[in-house]
Design a protein around this ligand. Structure first.
Ligand code: AMP
Ligand code: ZN
Length: 466
């Protein structure tokens, strides 16, 4: 299996630290709002990487954090006049709902930064003891020049970086020895969450959080560390400096980064206001369509989000689901695969191989999806009522298995039946008569969630599917 490693800028053969096991860490979202569809890209892409490793028989320890202490969370909390934890807890729950809709598997561990402060204090202390960090009046900085490999991931030269930095006098960070140094621990400000530490009340810097959560749940050396390409510098560069300086170990063997999601060919960003939350998209499309859309491109390429491309993904997905529905209904002739069906079996196996070859080549999901489409075409043409039950079962299982590797659900959601709708409307009428308006509203909302709209008319309640 080949993985493009940002560290070497090359595709490399994957060799796990421990045979049969994969330890991977994916930087998760900062939870101050609903996740947007850009945040969904690494979630979907690396969930698919995980699923492929599992398909290959690896035991995967998948860790993805929630950054639940951060300036943006604190700002939002102050605006609403609530504790920062109220904001982060709320948006962790909402992110989890969206992830479920996107069929992102639950991580083996989903640590929250605020629950790992003790480990952060320990690592910062180790860095101080080893001369890699220093306390300047309650702010602890990492001594960037003390780490020899600084810049090795982002391919930045430390002297160029120094030249590009604003001077300490300009930034007001007088305690810093060098403008390149970055924060590990910052002192408490009024109205901010804080924890006691040997350097006074305060909170951790963002980079140290991931170094610590990765070490705690995966150990000193991991296989894969991943995130969006914007994290290469400074976040991942700083994580490497901290972890390798503290642990005296290579931090991660492979560094994977997804490309950015653009909207109508313009970079998607909150400041430009051209972003969609996953929740907004879920009101217009089944989130399976969003997942399928994301996998239609290579994960390292930039990807443009547009209504046209989503429509194309919707059609493509529908083609697969329709083929699976048809295979489910086909009875065929009794028994095992016949000799005259051998060619179809061989073609199916060749397409499974094509799918695997695509995934082995740095997770080329675009080509993997093509292999599934070819299998769908083969099924539509060559698997009929005259086929053996054995062949029908084989082709169906292969399509379902490969879709599952991509996290695409082939079972259609159970649609609510007309009779059930009528019964619920009846119950709602009775609830209203009994002045139980809570129950009546509950039924209306429940139906609305299923896309059933109610209209109260003089002739009674009418309903329609949205
Ligand atoms: P953040 O909450 O900004 O720390 O982002 C969480 C994850 O989403 C990181 O891995 C980011 O690199 C990734 N991400 C943010 N915006 C985009 C985007 N427009 N396209 C792809 N990935 C993104
Ligand atoms: Zn991180």
């Amino acid at each position: 299996m080949k993985i493009y490693n940002t560290m070497t800028r090359k595709k490399e053969d994957f060799e796990p630290v421990e045979p049969g096991k994969v330890r991977m860490y994916v930087c998760g979202p900062t939870v101050y709002n609903y996740i947007h569809i850009g945040n969904a890209r690494p979630m979907i892409v690396f969930d698919t990487v995980r699923r492929y490793f599992e398909y290959k028989g690896y035991d995967v320890n998948y860790v993805s954090n929630f950054t639940d202490v951060d300036d943006k969370i604190i700002k939002k909390a102050n605006e609403e006049g609530v504790d920062a934890s109220v904001i982060s807890e709320r948006f962790i729950k909402e992110a989890q709902k969206d992830m479920e809709g996107l069929n992102v598997k639950e991580a083996t561990h989903h640590p929250k930064a605020t629950e790992e402060i003790g480990g952060m204090i320990d690592m910062i202390q180790t860095l101080i003891d080893k001369g890699h960090a220093y306390n300047a009046d309650g702010t602890v900085y990492f001594r960037t020049r003390s780490f020899n490999g600084y810049g090795k991931l982002s391919k930045k030269n430390i002297d160029d970086l120094e030249a590009g930095h604003r001077s300490i006098a300009v930034t007001g960070e007088e305690g810093k020895e060098d403008p390149l140094d970055f924060v590990l621990w910052k002192p408490k400000k009024e109205g901010e969450p804080s924890w006691p530490s040997p350097w006074g009340e305060g909170r951790p810097g963002w980079h140290i959080e991931c170094s610590v959560m990765s070490k705690k749940y995966l150990g000193d050396e991991i296989d894969i560390h991943a995130g969006g390409e914007d994290l290469i510098f400074p976040h991942h560069e700083n994580e490497i400096a901290q972890s390798e300086a503290a642990n005296d170990h290579t931090f991660a063997k492979y560094w994977m980064h997804n490309g950015f999601l653009n909207i109508d060919n313009v970079k998607m960003s909150k400041s430009l206001g051209n972003f969609f939350t996953v929740r907004e998209i879920s009101e217009k499309y089944d989130l399976q369509v969003l997942r399928f859309f994301m996998l239609s491109a290579h994960y390292r390429s930039p990807l443009n989000f547009s209504a046209d491309l989503m429509a194309a993904s919707k059609n493509g997905l529908e083609r697969i689901l329709t083929a699976v529905d048809r295979l489910k209904e086909l009875k065929g002739t009794d028994g095992q695969i016949r000799a005259d069906e051998k060619a179809v079996v061989e073609q199916t196996e060749a397409l499974v191989k094509k799918f695997e070859d695509a995934m082995e080549d740095d997770f080329n999901t675009a080509d993997a999806v093509s292999a599934i489409f070819e299998m769908v075409k083969l099924a539509n043409v060559s698997v009929t009522e005259d086929s053996s039950a054995g062949l029908i079962g084989l082709v169906r299982t292969k399509i379902e298995t490969l879709c599952d590797v991509l996290g695409i659900i082939t079972d259609r959601k159970q649609e609510i039946l007309d009779g059930e709708i009528e019964a619920l409307i009846q119950e709602r009428q009775e609830a209203r008569k009994a002045r139980n308006f809570a129950r009546a509203d509950e039924i209306r909302d429940m139906l609305a969630k299923q896309g059933i709209l109610l209209e109260d008319t003089r002739e009674g309640v009418k309903w329609k599917r949205a």
